[in-house]
Design a protein around this ligand. Structure first.
Ligand code: MG
Length: 334
């Protein structure tokens, strides 16, 4: 086998079979995938969740992760935000002719490690190769299926006046990590992506309380966009205390230098939860026991005033309306 992807690796013929058997299956093998039939077969009962996402991050390797880790964690997290337990994933690769097989190995190693950590199984997939210059190295699409436990009803439309807003940790890490790698920027305090599977954190939160109303991972558009979405979906106001939002030192410094507001910068391992006030402290304590929630904080509350709006209160007592992200802050961030 050559050390680079050839167009014939996407032909559906002999080289495609070799690629799947010699390169993909050693990382991804499991009884459901190994059948290599046209679709995977699985048993399911009850309510399921289903999601899909495409990953075009540039560069494909960045501090704290790579496109493979991102493709698994992103879909695991979208399933988790409906309160479901992620179970099965698909993995589709769109590869540019000439892409290094060595780098493909590294990406698949990450896919495998992330799927193992999240305890999800990749049961179907696809590989296409396009001519040099017609894609940028590697694009990945993952879809996922999750199983929703009985009694769980989580939606961005479920926030109610009096509820508390909990953020699972620092914001802006992923966006700054990818951007600094892409632009070759060095900061005195290095920033790593927060890319991580959050399904176990969510499972622990659901075990601690039945009063979780909304969950969302603030990816593109950042925390400010997610909170605006909740405010609009639930037709409530959200008041956040700016100085309660955890921000890593390196992210804060980078954002000051570049003129970004960290509340608009993408995250890949954080969640926002809207919960009933009497359970907020218990949920927060549970989150802090999980490594992906150790910096969690209650950052605000839901109100019937300012319906559809996000209000940010500063340390000095002034407040301002904070809109969704408009335009594109950082293209190809995930
Ligand atoms: Mg999401």
């Amino acid at each position: 086998m050559s050390d680079a992807i050839l167009l014939a690796h996407g032909s559906g013929g002999r080289l495609s079979h070799e690629l799947v058997k010699a390169k993909l299956l050693p990382f991804l093998a499991n009884p459901m995938l190994n059948r290599l039939d046209d679709s995977a077969i699985f048993e399911a009962n009850g309510r399921l969740s289903f999601t899909t996402d495409s990953y075009v991050v540039n560069p494909i390797f960045f501090p704290g992760g790579d496109i493979g880790k991102l493709a698994v964690c992103g879909t695991v997290n979208d399933l988790s935000m409906s309160g479901s337990k992620p179970a099965y994933l698909s993995l589709s690769l769109i590869i540019e002719e000439g892409f290094s097989l060595g780098e493909l190995d590294l990406i698949l190693q990450s896919v495998k490690a992330s799927a193992e950590e999240a305890e999800v199984v990749i049961i179907t997939g696809d590989t296409k190769v396009v001519n040099r210059g017609q894609a940028d190295k590697l694009f990945i699409n993952t879809s996922g299926i999750g199983i929703i436990p009985d009694g769980v009803d989580i939606s961005g439309a479920n926030a109610r006046a009096g509820d508390k807003v909990i953020l699972s940790g620092t914001v802006g890490d992923h966006g700054i990590a990818v951007m600094s790698q892409r632009e070759g920027l060095k900061f005195s305090v290095p920033v790593e992506s927060d890319c991580a599977p959050l399904n176990k954190l969510v499972a622990q939160m659901l075990e601690a309380s039945t009063k979780i109303h909304s969950l969302r991972d603030p990816t593109r558009g950042g925390l400010a966009t997610t909170l605006n979405e909740f405010a609009q979906q639930s037709n409530v106001g959200i008041i956040v205390e700016e100085d309660r939002i955890p921000i890593a030192e390196g992210v804060r410094a980078a954002c000051e230098l570049l003129g970004f507001d960290p509340i608009y910068v993408a995250n890949e391992g954080k969640l926002v939860a809207i919960v009933e006030p009497d359970d907020a402290d218990r949920i927060l304590a549970t989150m802090k026991e999980n490594p992906y929630g150790r910096n969690a904080a209650i950052i605000g509350r839901i109100t019937n005033d300012y319906a559809g709006k996000l209000i940010m209160k500063t340390k000095l007592g002034s407040s301002r309306i904070v809109d969704m992200l408009t335009g594109e802050l950082l293209p190809r961030i995930c």
